[in-house]
Design a protein around this ligand. Structure first.
Ligand SMILES: Cc1ncc(COP(=O)(O)O)c(C=O)c1O
Length: 346
């Protein structure tokens, strides 16, 4: 019997509507490297959604988006301020550092940066003997599934700009963040916070693959495609991504809907585990959950389900990470909750 996977939000393939859009875009000839009509349409729709002028580029995945994005923002002696738990700091095999840029990692209990934490990053710099911070890297939602409120995000962006820093937003799970933010939040609200570059996640939100980078700051747009090309990120058959993002931001705005469904699934699972008496290391705000369960229970669950342990492996209770998606089965959520509550038979 195969295990049901709560590892991440890309255990499934693409949403059927996305696959249909790719299939429809398959016929006929198109220009390569983003010059096709699907990428053009997707870019127009995203710009309309953002409500500000921006250059839009399509990139295959989040790590690549981050590497290309940083290359547009940093000169050789520049560093990037990020929380220590950020994806670029923890889970990208040193991708940014491999391009010669230091990540100035700052501890944050909830995965968010604040003006004070940005200042901590700034305080590591004195003169030309130290790396010069140039970028503030925020993730929305964060690596812990938490979400900046609009006010918090605006405050960090304003503070960064006051200090002469640029802001890059990793939006791998931006749809889930928009769904969780209150009042109802759109990409236009995110753009209004003043971020310089952001990427709009597709892979984790029902896309087959792909992220859309929006370069909002006009001063950063020049030669962006050269930076992509040098990093192997300018895809010849880019229509595959254009078709997906044109569909995401078609009239029904599927992209927002799928983020909401993922969060709703995570809410159901969270509520079930709370009712079963379990605690969480951070409250569930989006589609990632971090409950603490007795190691004995975790070992038993691992036989039926796939998920990550999220601590050193020595703690009891152990922290695990569960991720729901637009496609998570209600039945499997029920089965998981039931399994946590089951009597241990040894
Ligand atoms: C916040 C965040 N950024 C970036 C990435 C990297 O994406 P990819 O695996 O597509 O390179 C991930 C993937 O898990 C992520 O969670």
């Amino acid at each position: 019997v195969s295990k049901y996977l709560f590892f991440d939000d890309y255990s499934e393939g693409a949403h059927p509507e996305i696959l249909k859009a790719i299939n429809e875009a398959n016929a006929g000839q198109q220009r390569g490297y983003g010059g096709d009509e699907y990428c053009q349409l997707a870019a127009e729709r995203i710009v309309a959604e953002l409500g500000v002028s921006a250059d839009i580029h399509f990139i295959s995945g989040g790590t690549q988006a981050n590497i290309v994005g940083m290359s547009a923002l940093l000169r050789p002696h520049h560093g990037v301020i990020a929380v220590a738990s950020a994806h670029i700091a923890q889970h990208e095999a040193g991708g940014i550092e491999a391009t010669g840029h230091k990540i100035i990692a700052i501890n944050s209990p909830d995965g968010k940066l604040t003006p004070e934490l940005v200042d901590q990053g700034m305080a590591t710099h004195y003169d030309e003997h130290t790396v010069k911070p140039r970028v503030v890297f925020v993730s929305q939602a964060t690596e812990l599934g938490t979400v900046y409120t609009r006010q918090e995000l605006t405050t960090v962006v304003d503070h960064a700009h006051q200090k002469g820093l640029l802001v890059y937003l990793d939006g791998a799970r931006l749809a889930e963040a928009c769904a969780a933010m209150s009042p109802a939040t759109t990409l236009a609200d995110i753009a209004q916070t003043g971020v310089d570059i952001l990427y709009i996640g597709g892979t984790k939100n029902g896309g087959l693959f792909g992220e859309a980078i929006a370069v909002i700051n006009a001063g950063l747009r020049e030669d962006f495609r050269y930076l992509m090309k040098q990093r192997g990120a300018l895809m010849a058959k880019a229509r595959v991504m254009g078709a997906q993002f044109a569909r995401f931001f078609d009239e029904d705005r599927l992209w927002y809907q799928l983020g909401r469904v993922a969060n709703d699934n995570a809410r159901t699972l969270t509520d079930g585990l709370i009712a079963a008496g379990y605690e969480f290391v951070v409250p569930t705000e989006t589609n990632q959950l971090f409950p603490r369960l007795p190691v004995q229970t975790v070992v038993r669950l691992e036989k039926e389900f796939g998920f990550y342990r999220w601590d050193s492996g020595r703690e009891d209770p152990a922290t695990i990470r569960l991720v729901c998606s637009w496609a998570t089965s209600a039945e499997e959520i029920r089965r998981f909750v039931e399994a946590t509550a089951r009597e241990v038979v040894s």
